[in-house]
Design a protein around this ligand. Structure first.
Ligand code: C2E
Ligand code: MG
Ligand code: MG
Ligand code: MG
Length: 284
């Protein structure tokens, strides 16, 4: 129903208000046991190559099926999970699930083309000493090549990033895991810092996609996106755009040289079967 209404059920403009609501509704009490009770699940949103429209992977987005409150989006409980420390086991669970899912896609796939999976990392996970070991273990257990995994970290998580924070990311990148800078353009990243980070992808925030809504697109946004794409490509980084809701936006962004797109225009986040269908249709 929410989908038919055209709204994103999980969209919340004010995360702090959400956090207050969580406390009010007493979610704090039910969060710690939610993981053992199997109340979390993952939706996958396809990542589409703009040059040929092929699906080449998907981002894993966690949801909480609360027994009383219904399905909650990450903005409604990730902040709480971060404050309570649950984010570390929850994050590991998401990683395990997503990597296992990617393995299944790989084997059930018509042409064996490996589909990649993107997993979001919260700042707490970055600070956790077990990150590299856990990730290596999860990949090994699933028998997956590290290159099938992309970890997304937000710009704000890396603000003032010192070597201690960059080291685990660098180790993962050296193993072949891709690192993407999520919501790029919303934080205050020092552009020259991009060189120090072991990144392979910039994910342009949805706010830039909005300026591509019209024909012609907003001239200032065009210049900005052009500049970012050129900077990214100079640094050997791919550019993914988020929040593509219309064909007009997709076309503008393709012409501007963006590599990959994600958004409702292609597919909403959905169950893993959705990806099967998209890819199988694609391959025929
Ligand atoms: P994000 O990583 O930037 O994910 C993209 C968000 O944009 C998702 O919201 C997705 O549903 C939404 N979206 C996708 N396409 C469109 C579109 O065309 N239009 C609009 N308006 N929105 C679109 P979602 O699923 O609510 O996730 C919100 C944030 O929660 C994510 O932002 C990510 O930062 C965080 N998150 C999600 N899953 C996890 C997780 O497993 N661990 C951690 N630490 N954070 C997560
Ligand atoms: Mg993300
Ligand atoms: Mg993002
Ligand atoms: Mg975003």
């Amino acid at each position: 129903r929410a989908k038919a209404a055209g709204g994103n059920r999980y969209e919340h403009a004010d995360p702090e208000a959400d956090t207050r609501a969580i406390t009010r509704y007493g979610l704090t009490n039910s969060l710690p046991t939610a993981l053992e009770r199997g109340e979390f699940f993952i939706e996958y949103q396809p990542l589409v190559r703009l040059s040929d429209g092929q699906v080449h992977g998907a981002e894993a987005l966690v949801r909480w099926s609360h027994p009383l409150r219904g399905v909650l989006g990450p903005d409604q409980f990730i902040p709480l999970a971060e404050n309570t420390g649950l984010i570390v086991p929850l994050g590991r669970w998401v990683l395990e699930e997503a990597v296992r899912q990617a393995r299944d896609w790989q084997f059930q796939h018509i042409d064996g083309r490996p589909l990649r999976v993107n997993v979001n990392l919260s700042p707490c996970q970055l600070h956790h000493p077990g990150l590299v070991r856990d990730t290596v273990e999860v990949l090994k257990e699933a028998g997956m090549d590290p290159s099938a995994l992309c970890l997304e970290v937000t710009e704000s998580a890396l603000i003032g990033a010192d070597e201690a924070l960059l080291k685990p990311l660098r180790e993962l990148a050296d193993l072949g895991v891709d690192i993407a800078l999520d919501d790029f353009g919303t934080g205050y990243s020092n552009l020259s810092n991009l060189r120090r980070m072991p990144l392979s992808t910039l994910k342009l925030d949805r706010s830039f996609t909005r300026g591509m809504q019209h024909n012609p697109a907003d001239p200032v946004d065009i210049k900005i996106v052009e500049g970012i794409v050129s900077l990214a490509h100079t640094l050997d980084l791919a550019v993914t755009v988020e929040g593509v809701e219309t064909g007009i936006q997709a076309e503008h962004l393709r012409v501007l040289g963006c590599d990959t797109a994600q958004g409702w225009y292609y597919a909403r986040p959905g169950p893993p079967e959705q990806l099967h269908e998209l890819v199988l249709v694609d391959a025929t």
